[in-house]
Write a protein that binds this ligand. Structure first.
Ligand code: HEC
Ligand code: HEC
Ligand code: HEC
Ligand code: HEC
Ligand code: HEC
Ligand code: HEC
Ligand code: HEC
Ligand code: HEC
Length: 410
């Protein structure tokens, strides 16, 4: 009798654990390419993030202040809610329009571009404000693959060329969206059915997808590439949970060739190639993904990292002495050859140098995580892990140090 009770109790306990801990009841690892849970999700209708906020207050509150919610906004030029950093009062040949012409301001961190209505269509003006330089720059779009189709900026439709990555629920034909910015439903899929009758089965949770499908959510915006239908510059039709490759072909580096996206060694030449470069990293090969380092719902750190990169806390979640992925050292200086307190001792200084151009050169961090030897820069413009800081020294100088410090490095 007692035994029966025990079994009964144990079953009940297991059942409860399974209920409250969905991660245990649905092993994600077992199926490398699971889709069943996604196919059950009703993705026909959007609810809007304000609806999600009713039940998921904490996520909403942090996301609300994150970069993802500051991408495209009605332009406000003055006052407390001012969001336009550009100076429209200066007479500058690169200032593309007047204040009154601006409907939307895009961006808040590196650069701002502007959208207005021309001939009944929302188009992007051909000038941008560099936040770092605090000045107007020309924005020709010459390095974009679609440039030959749109040499005239008046044909650069927001809905065809941009909106899918900056807004939610975009229909490029009807020229509508359900909500501006990168919202809950950009990453979780349309959530009306879930909001009406909450269950884990009727919403996409990236952490239950395979690593590839989960990363596809981020890559649908953070990977330079193009779709089959060249009318659009974003993956029209893709929804979280689906396979991005069915909608979008990410650009790949070609050995020895410099392109708009990559330096000759495959490192980031511009912004927005995090997906393209990270896919080639050893870490990605080991199953690490974007959300191992970034909090999609916003964090108190720059670039929404889970922990501070400046103190090495982020990288040392997994790295450091005694951890299987190394590096092994008694003091950090053994590995970095810089004083503990030096910026030269931050992991990201050497493993994520700012090789990419954004509004100015050397602004976007490389996501291959490779140490880039100064050797690559001899006689070439390709940047390396040392001379972006030691810009007054030659790559030959840096290479000599590196060969002394890291004799095992080829
Ligand atoms: C009426 C309340 C309610 C609303 C509105 C709501 N949710 Fe939920 N959500 C829940 C509950 C309750 C759960 C947990 C369900 C469970 O454990 O069975 C949940 C779970 C989730 C999960 C985790 C699923 C999993 O696999 O573990 C995600 C992601 C999620 N919701 C996103 C959203 C998004 C996005 C919206 C807005 C489109 C939204 N929710 C709106 C109540 C709500
Ligand atoms: C395939 C998705 C995609 C398309 C298409 C796209 N963008 Fe973006 N854009 C992004 C992502 C992702 C970022 C942020 C990542 C980064 O900058 O490295 C970004 C960043 C930006 C920024 C800088 C934001 C800031 O805070 O400084 C501006 C401005 C911008 N995009 C404008 C445009 C315009 C204008 C178009 C259309 C001509 C466009 N984008 C098309 C995905 C896209
Ligand atoms: C940029 C993409 C992105 C956006 C935007 C986003 N999420 Fe998420 N969300 C994720 C990812 C990735 C996960 C799984 C990994 C994690 O927890 O970070 C997740 C997990 C969740 C979960 C499940 C947490 C758990 O315990 O498994 C809930 C609930 C959720 N998000 C709600 C929301 C709500 C509500 C919003 C809008 C306010 C939102 N998310 C916006 C990407 C996003
Ligand atoms: C629908 C498009 C879209 C999706 C999906 C998306 N992002 Fe973004 N992301 C953007 C854009 C656009 C920006 C630039 C926002 C800005 O500067 O205002 C951005 C900015 C960022 C930033 C920089 C934040 C900062 O503080 O400057 C990080 C980190 C990031 N995204 C990570 C992710 C991760 C991780 C995922 C997947 C879980 C993801 N994003 C999914 C479009 C997207
Ligand atoms: C969630 C765990 C995790 C985090 C966080 C993490 N790493 Fe890694 N990293 C790994 C794993 C696992 C490997 C091992 C890959 C292998 O050897 O197969 C690795 C490998 C590496 C390598 C070696 C690549 C090579 O070519 O040998 C470098 C460099 C690296 N990580 C740098 C970083 C930096 C810099 C950070 C912080 C910005 C970081 N990692 C954060 C898990 C992590
Ligand atoms: C001053 C530059 C520099 C800094 C800072 C730096 N590294 Fe490295 N790291 C290197 C070089 C050079 C190599 C050798 C490259 C190779 O073998 O491919 C390397 C190799 C590695 C490797 C792979 C080989 C191994 O020893 O296991 C990992 C993992 C790694 N570093 C992680 C880190 C972490 C984590 C930090 C921060 C605590 C960091 N590095 C800081 C220059 C640096
Ligand atoms: C191993 C950790 C790690 C992984 C994995 C990772 N990132 Fe990052 N990411 C960082 C760090 C660290 C920064 C820079 C933070 C800083 O400058 O304070 C960064 C910066 C960024 C930025 C800001 C733009 C820039 O150039 O600085 C974006 C956007 C971004 N990551 C997106 C992604 C996306 C998308 C993925 C997946 C494809 C990803 N990251 C994978 C650590 C990581
Ligand atoms: C993030 C910036 C940064 C990076 C990246 C960096 N350093 Fe340094 N380095 C410094 C600073 C700051 C100092 C000044 C002394 C200190 O704080 O350790 C320094 C000092 C030095 C010194 C001794 C002083 C001198 O100028 O003669 C050498 C040699 C040196 N670095 C070589 C390198 C090499 C080689 C690399 C690439 C493996 C490298 N550094 C990467 C910032 C950096």
């Amino acid at each position: 009798m007692k035994m029966k009770w025990l079994v009964c109790f144990a079953t009940l306990l297991l059942f409860t654990v399974a209920l409250i801990s969905p991660r245990l009841s649905q092993p994600v690892q077992a199926n490398p390419d699971p889709a069943p849970i996604v196919h059950q999700v009703d993705q026909s209708k959007y609810a809007g993030s304000k609806v999600c906020a009713k039940c998921h207050t904490t996520y909403y509150d942090t996301w609300k202040d994150s970069a993802h919610n500051k991408m495209i906004r009605p332009a406000i030029f003055r006052g407390r809610n001012k969001n336009v950093q550009a100076d429209f009062s200066v007479a500058d040949p690169n200032r593309p329009c007047e204040m009154k012409d601006v409907k939307w301001v895009i961006g808040h961190r590196w650069k701002q571009r502007f959208i207005g209505v021309v001939n009944g269509e929302e188009v992007v003006f051909p000038g941008q404000w560099s936040i770092k330089e605090k000045k107007w720059q020309s924005y020709t779009a010459k390095s974009d693959w679609w440039y030959p189709k749109h040499p005239d900026w008046k044909t650069r439709s927001n809905f065809n060329l941009c909106a899918g990555c900056h807004s939610t629920g975009v229909d490029p034909k009807a020229k509508t969206w359900t909500e501006q910015n990168i919202t809950c439903e950009s990453c979780h899929g349309p959530g009306k059915a879930h909001s009406d009758k909450p269950a884990i089965q009727n919403i996409v949770n990236p952490s239950r997808l395979s690593t590839e499908r989960s990363m596809d959510v981020c890559l649908s915006c953070h990977q330079a590439g193009k779709p089959d239908a060249e009318e659009f510059a974003w993956p029209v039709g893709f929804q979280p949970g689906q396979k991005l490759a069915d909608y979008w072909h990410g650009f790949e580096p070609e050995a020895g060739k410099q392109t708009a996206e990559f330096w000759t060694n495959g490192t980031a030449h511009k912004n927005r190639v995090q997906g393209n470069t990270f896919s080639h990293s050893k870490m990605h090969g080991a199953g690490i993904q974007c959300s191992n380092c970034h909090d999609s719902h916003g964090s108190k750190f720059t670039s929404m990292t889970l922990k501070a990169p400046s103190t090495n806390a982020l990288c040392n979640t997994c790295h450091g002495p005694g951890k299987s992925v190394g590096p092994d050292y008694k003091s950090i200086t053994d590995h970095t050859h810089h004083a503990v307190s030096s910026t030269g001792s931050q992991c990201i200084s050497c493993h994520m140098p700012k090789t990419g151009e954004n509004s100015v050169g050397a602004e976007a961090r490389d996501h291959t995580f490779n140490f880039i030897s100064p050797k690559i820069s001899i006689g070439k413009k390709t940047p390396n892990s040392c001379n972006l800081c030691h810009s007054d020294k030659t790559p030959e100088w840096a290479l000599e140090q590196v060969q002394k410090w890291y004799p095992k490095l080829r």
